[in-house]
Design a protein around this ligand. Sequence first.
Ligand code: GSH
Length: 246
Amino acid sequence: MAEARLYVIPGSHPSRTAMLMLERKGIPYKRVDLMPVVAKGVLKAQRFPDVTVPALKIDGRRVQRSMEIGRELDRIQPDPALYPADTEKRARVEEAEAWGDEFQEKPRRYSWWAFRRNRAPMASYAEGAKLGVPVGLAVKTGGPLVAAAARLNQANDAKVRADLSSLRGDLDRIDAWIAEGVIGGPEPNAADYQLAPSVRLLMSFDDLRPFIEGRPAGEMAMRVDPDFPGRTPPVAPAEWLEGLRR
Ligand SMILES: N[C@@H](CCC(=O)N[C@@H](CS)C(=O)NCC(=O)O)C(=O)O
């Protein structure tokens, strides 16, 4: 098999999902780091059909979206399996995975909303990334890019407030899947790999970590994705976090 090539954006949670799944399979790959927004042009030039990361070139194929990548990896190399063989168990994992694919929007919106207010912490998410320009310079000159990303992702006050007010329920749902054994087992499955990076991205915000780290969801995320980079000091108004308090 030719070397796989994975296009990512540093700190992108679904990119992380793809990295974790490739690592679980033991498939060697070259990681190509892209800047947000600018990534679209690169992916088009590489003849990917869509403009999002993760984007994987493997075995002469181009695969995008973390859920498709999980399935393609199981097809190419069935062991260790990312999806259970048992039909009913697989359906539960796929349900949690698909929910997680949508849940991605909340950490994504929160990130762009927070980085619009304070860009400096972005550098911590790009630790070890090779962006082609010094990370400090990219962050310093990145104002227009962050504004564009915030706009594209509708990272506005109203959406973020609504996301925060429903976040406790989201975490309850993840905890319930752990209690039922759908995720959180000794061998992570595709849903673990889908959900853990989203939870880790949320935990990288000092505003949110205290509400997550003591919960089963937080413990699962730390175990499945221990090295998720980045940390952002508090940025949200205290009253926005009220709904997260028990
Ligand atoms: N649900 C998709 C989402 C992919 C996605 O939206 N990725 C973001 C990064 S987290 C992206 O590529 N954004 C375009 C950009 O920032 O240029 C997946 O799991 O692959």
